[in-house]
Ligand binder design. Sequence first.
Ligand SMILES: *[C@@H]1O[C@H](CO)[C@@H](O)[C@H](O)[C@H]1NC(C)=O
Ligand SMILES: *[C@@H]1O[C@H](CO)[C@@H](O)[C@H](O)[C@H]1NC(C)=O
Ligand SMILES: *[C@@H]1O[C@H](CO)[C@@H](O)[C@H](O)[C@H]1NC(C)=O
Length: 951
Amino acid sequence: MPISETHEDCKSSGNGDLIVRLITVVQKIGFALGNEAINQATLKFKNFVTQLTELQGSMGRVRRELKLMHQFLSRMDIRNRHKETYEIWVEEVRMLAHGIEDIVDDYLQLVTHKHKYDTGWNTCLKKGFMRPNILLSLNKIASAIKDEEINLVHLFQAKDRWVSTVGGGNTTTSNESSSYIVERSQHLARISCSLGEEDLVGVDRNKEKLQEWLADDLRGRSVIALHGMGGLGKTALAANAYRREKEKFQCHAWVSISQFYSIKDVLKCLVTELSTNAKKSNWVNINDMDTQGLREELKKFLTHQNCLIVLDDVWAPEAVHDLLGAPAPNLKGSKILLTTRVDDVARLAFEDRRITLKPLSEKESWELFHKTAFLGGTNHEYDAELSHLIDQIVSKCKGVPLAIVSVGRLVFVRDTTKEELRRIHDQLDWELINNPSLEHVRNILYLSYIYLPTQLKSCFLYCSLFPEDHLLKRKALIRWWIAEGFITKRGRSTMEEVAEGYLQELVNRNMLQLIDRNSFGRIKSFRMHDIMHELAVDLSRRECFGVAYDGDNRHWGFEDRDERRLVIQKLNKGIDQAISCAHSLRSVIALDNSMASSSSILRLVADNCRYMSVLELSGLPINMIPDAIGDLFNLRHLGLRGSNVKLLPKSIERLTNLLTLDLFRSSILELPKGIVKLTKLRHLFAEKQMDRERRLFRWCTGVSISKGLEKLTSLQSLQALEAQDESIRCLGELRQMRGLRLWNVKANHCERLCESLLQMKFLSYLSITASDEDDVLQLDGLNPLPPTLHKLRLSGRLAHSMLGAESPLFQADAGGQNLHSLRLFWSQLREDPLASLSQLLNLTELHFTRAYSGEQLVFFTGWFPKLKILRLRDLPNLKRLEIQKGAMISLERLRLINLSSMEEVPVGIEFLMPLKYLSFEEITADFLQSLRQSKIGDMRWWHTLGEEIDK
Ligand SMILES: *[C@@H]1O[C@H](CO)[C@@H](O)[C@H](O)[C@H]1NC(C)=O
Ligand SMILES: *[C@@H]1O[C@H](CO)[C@@H](O)[C@H](O)[C@H]1NC(C)=O
Ligand SMILES: *[C@@H]1O[C@H](CO)[C@@H](O)[C@H](O)[C@H]1NC(C)=O
């Protein structure tokens, strides 16, 4: 059914979420009318064929109607947005779609969901009579769908009578389809990397000033302010300084004030960050502290150590007084960097410690636009008309870099022709005139939203449900998007891959800000720019996309607005009331785990919200999962990471739509046998952590799945499985596997395990831990290493044949060229493994813990050219470490931990300098002395002393 092939075309319609919702409903009906459901229905209702046929007929007609509706809405021109009749009509469509979705869900539940009384069910069936309430439900659904069918027809007619619409003809081009996005995103990622904030125009002088101010020792000049309107790049400038300068301070913290609700939360966050980032760790328990205690703690940090604190986006001077106390303490070497839009806040800094960011000049604006729109390609030939258009567009941005970059990216991603530019220009004009309620910059940003393909609109709005400045993580977000139904599989790309393409696209369009990549360049975390966030919040409210509950019940009303998504940013007692009357909720994400009572949410949801499909309660102190969870037939995502759950109820096996079950770092002991009935499961995380330091050989336990594992063929993540003969044997059937973690692997499992692993054609992360310290991992069979493998972690004694000089495993031509991260624990190798590992040219991370029992390690010239992170820990015999000039030329971070035999400063370590981070941990006082007298004596590095020395 080709509907998903065409629906992205509606780029210029404002009703992104509605359109996606219509598609979802259409797909759902498709499923309800599919063979599987029909067979089940016929079996279940074989004495009621007439009713069933009639119901299915209605559904078919509703589906057709919805498809037409969808087509119509998709072709709607954005200019209809402000017409009142049209808006009312759209609202009606939305409500109708919601109603139909509920009915179809009810039907699917009736037909496909295993009811808890189902054991007695078959005998009832055989005798040919029906449980009366079930028949009642069938009739109810049949009459409800008939009503909706009539409503739909009326609504369509009403449109023709009342709603006059503009356009609807020519506004589509076909190159916006998401397959196109996926294909192109990698290419885009590569080029847009080269355009960091470093390239922004006109910031060099400010960067220098900041650097100078952060380094000076002048009394009373501790507070520095960056001041200016939104979009001028204050945060970017602060972030740049923070990144470059923070390691020069003894401790550092970055806090976005707007993210918090109370001064206590800010203080808590500050103190936690400072103590985590402190070089001298003095851990304090802050959980029970009151505001005054926290303030004292902060003061201690600020006066005893030199700290760098960034307070981002401060709205009132009182906030700063509240944090530091007034009068502010004498801060010595500590620095506080504020960013703000407010004059009064800026005045907290002396005049000679303020930077007021100004809009760019015309020339600078042009330069920046050029850089973003044409990626600096200077050979562009413009004719007069084109440069005139560009001039006009740029001048509307009034020198605000964020606006210029956003329009620039828009022009860039659309491979602009002159006609396109003219349309963007006209659209911008139109928005600026017709949207007086949006401030100027937001209007320009709004344009980026309008031009998003429909499915990206939903993905984008989804991000707005999280608090301002909330750090979003790639993997989690992608799993939510999928469970929400925003993502459709395309060709050979999995939904996860399509979603990653979308994410990349949003970053490329400057609608999400990239915060961090992992060591081999993949997006790891990101957030929304605050102005973009304000805009998105506004849009989601208008599109009834979802609600963010922040403890303030005023913008709350499930009764009259049929909300479907709820993100709990701040918990209070009102939440119970709110959830218990929100029967149509489809998603709940709880971000606040501060209150003990938060554990009642799960029960409330299970009892009240029967359509629930995304339930993310990670971090909440939940102990028990109610039986009633099995009634949530729609559930696709269940997140209980970090909870206290030890066991799952048997009813879990009825959640046949579940895609993700997340019990990572929980207290989980075992899974019910029926887990293998959840055949749609894509991600199964279940692991209990026992040692946070990860120094114990067995710092975690996984779960056993002794029978039927081979049925879970959709699994992409399985973390972690306790190895058993049976499960090892059938692992190979899990062909979709991407991330696999195994505990308790015995020597006699290895051969079979390797065979199974080689059948996984997409395996990208693999972690194997032996059953005990002395069991040998014999993994020669893993040869060649799967070319898809990016991360490998092996814990346990390694067979000598694996890493010796003739090791077949890591030969240059034997696969493994895509391995980026290798971690070896407890391998107890006697031969130096580096020569063999150095063949892994693409390695960016290497960790050893008890991996090597020899006395010397030498890194030769040219080895590990891409390595960024190296960590050597607990190598008790290592006496000598040598680094030749030209080895590890890309190294950024080096940690040497508990190398107790090492008495000599590593030879050639100066060749690596300067590093972003270098530490010698758990060393002796004598070694510290040698370090101070060595070639790197006055360079920057960190140390901690070992325990014996302290006594
Ligand atoms: C649609 O576009 C074509 C070519 O771009 C143009 O000739 C035609 O007049 C347009 N139709 C409408 C209804 O705008
Ligand atoms: C890995 O390294 C090889 C050889 O240097 C190179 O050809 C290949 O493209 C690299 N692969 C990746 C993913 O970087
Ligand atoms: C340091 O290494 C030694 C020898 O490997 C080990 O016995 C000791 O437990 C390690 N120290 C810590 C704190 O783990």
